[in-house]
Design a binder for this molecule. Structure first.
Ligand code: HEC
Ligand code: HEC
Length: 496
């Protein structure tokens, strides 16, 4: 099942990230908000606290609108996009988890029904019955997390499932438990943030101070629980995954850690300014919460590269079990719907799920000024780049076809016509060498350039493919070669 290809110019990554991050931000609130409402209602009823009950009723309206309308729309949106992005992985998720999804959707229907009854029941139902409905809502919502967490963590760390194929092995995989607790912490924190949003619109005064401080406690407690379990979750991921962790995911993780500090600080500020908490601070809190959670989710997604289901399906839909077949028959033989333009079909199948030419993770800038021979070597050596990319499993002729497709679309002037002479060496190195030998990483070769003469280095450039398997032959112009050699000498000097 590979659908005809729908080309999204922005790139699937961006489309997916936007919808998914909004969805998780809402759906975690749906769970935490349920708990907040029912726990707080119980407290308010015990003390006959009318103002608090009125506040909760207001919060319920906001809650039902946000979770049901926006949550459902974005949830369906995710299915729509993953079906386009990676039909095979979507199919695998559906097939392996039919009963998981069925259970999830049953809980989900229960959750929506209970939310509606809870909302409309505020002034119509007996207090006890209303509370029971509230608890049913929360429990169903949390159980849907318990299920979907099994499927999400499975994609990252399928564990023993890869060999046994057993439903429970995949479900209770190595990151399952840290995932459930961490996400529960996120739910509690988001419940606090959303309640603050509604509370910020209350009139200044004692009552406002009381609910603001109460909601800040939820926020801080959830944040602490998440931060502690995130460490556990991360250590499980890092010991389970063998892929190299790149600067991108690490950056996402760092920014999540900083944002957690910002959120903690803003929550304390909200506590201090509780009586007249303004929407501005809460707005900042919501934005930092969204970016914080987004950073963490983007870490989780990017650390899984090159796979979409670790060890089972690559990000471009190539099944690990079929790699031998691919190597023998090539990619084209596996593409069901072909357009007649083989270069384009190959590019879409092998690269397009993760790259665009000019937008998201663009390939044009990575190849402008180079040539199709070089591009083809990079494609064949995809696994050698500092990038966690799937290896190229097609035939050499197919690599040439993709290269020709890309070459037709790049700036075909040689580098010495694109860049000024003063910058030519650095740019040539960046385009032709740094993809695999990024300075400062384990594959940095600067030291080996030290003390070499111009002609030594030039001879080395003539022999790159003989020096190591997968290294592209040097195919630049004479001017580029001279500038590159000088630049290599500079690198060598700096590395000594
Ligand atoms: C599963 C996703 C995935 C697929 C499929 C994929 N790539 Fe990549 N590629 C990446 C990631 C991730 C990076 C690293 C980007 C970064 O570090 O910002 C990368 C980096 C690159 C780079 C280096 C970019 C630079 O600026 O140096 C090139 C070139 C590249 N890919 C080409 C390709 C080509 C050609 C194909 C198809 C044959 C392909 N990729 C398929 C994920 C993928
Ligand atoms: C597609 C990836 C790739 C590109 C692009 C690439 N190399 Fe390499 N290079 C490798 C691999 C793989 C090795 C062998 C493993 C290692 O030593 O890290 C290697 C090894 C080397 C070595 C050590 C050889 C030895 O004798 O041990 C040097 C020097 C080197 N490369 C220089 C360059 C220069 C200069 C460029 C740019 C003109 C370049 N490489 C471009 C992949 C690449």
């Amino acid at each position: 099942m590979i659908y005809p290809f729908w080309d999204v110019t922005t790139g699937y990554g961006i489309l997916m990230a936007t919808i998914a991050i909004i969805h998780v931000f809402i759906s975690h609130f749906a769970i935490g908000g349920g708990l907040y409402l029912v726990v707080t209602e119980q407290m308010a009823r015990r003390h006959n606290d009318e103002p608090l009950l009125a506040f909760l009723q207001k919060l319920t309206k906001f809650f039902v609108l946000v979770t049901i309308v926006a949550g459902v729309l974005t949830g369906v949106g995710i299915w729509f996009i993953i079906g386009l992005l990676n039909p095979l992985a979507t199919e695998a998720l559906i097939h392996n988890y039919v009963w998981g999804w069925a259970t999830e959707w049953t809980f989900f229907i229960g959750e929506i029904a209970a939310a509606l009854i809870y909302y409309y029941g505020w002034n119509k139902m007996a207090a006890q019955a209303h509370l029971i409905i509230g608890w049913i809502y929360f429990i169903f919502a949390w159980l849907s997390l318990v299920i979907i967490n099994g499927i999400l963590t499975f994609m990252l760390t399928p564990g023993k499932w890869l060999t046994t194929g057993n439903f429970w092995d995949g479900f209770f995989n190595p990151t399952y438990w840290p995932g459930v607790i961490m996400r529960t912490g996120v739910c509690i924190m988001l419940a606090g943030l959303y309640a603050l949003l509604v509370a910020s619109r209350q009139a200044t005064g004692d009552f406002k101070a009381r609910i603001v401080r109460y909601s800040v406690t939820w926020g801080l407690f959830g944040l602490a629980l998440t931060t502690v379990t995130q460490r556990w979750y991360l250590s499980t991921i890092l010991t389970t995954l063998t892929t190299k962790v790149l600067p991108g995911p690490i950056l996402a993780l760092r920014s999540a850690a900083w944002l957690a500090i910002v959120i903690g600080g803003l929550l304390i500020l909200a506590w201090v300014l509780a009586r007249r908490l303004s929407i501005i601070i809460v707005g900042l809190l919501m934005v930092s919460g969204l970016v914080w959670f987004g950073s963490f989710e983007s870490f989780r997604e990017s650390v899984r590269k090159p796979y979409v289901i670790t060890g089972y399906i690559y990000g471009n839909g190539v099944e690990v079990a079929k790699t031998e077949k691919y190597k023998k028959e090539g990619y084209l033989a596996q593409i069901t719907y072909r357009t007649g333009d083989d270069g384009a079909d190959l590019f879409r199948h092998a690269c397009r799920s993760c790259h665009t030419l000019e937008g998201y993770r663009p390939l044009k800038p990575a190849f402008n000024g180079t040539d199709s021979k070089f591009i083809a070597s990079i494609i064949r050596g995809a696994h050698l780049l500092n990038a966690n990319m799937p290896p190229f499993f097609g035939t050499p002729a197919e690599a040439d076809q993709i290269a020709a497709y890309i070459y037709q679309r790049i700036d075909q002037r040689p580098l010495d016509q694109i860049y000024p002479a003063a910058d030519l060496g650095r740019q040539t190195f960046a385009l032709r060498c740094a993809k695999c030998h990024k300075p400062g990483t384990a594959s940095d070769k600067s030291k080996s350039f030290a003390g070499q003469s111009t002609s030594d280095l030039s001879t080395m450039l003539d022999n790159l493919p003989e020096l190591a398997e997968g290294m592209p032959a040097y195919t630049g112009t004479a001017a580029e070669r001279n500038a590159l050699v000088q630049y290599l000498q500079l690198l060598g000097k700096a590395a000594k």
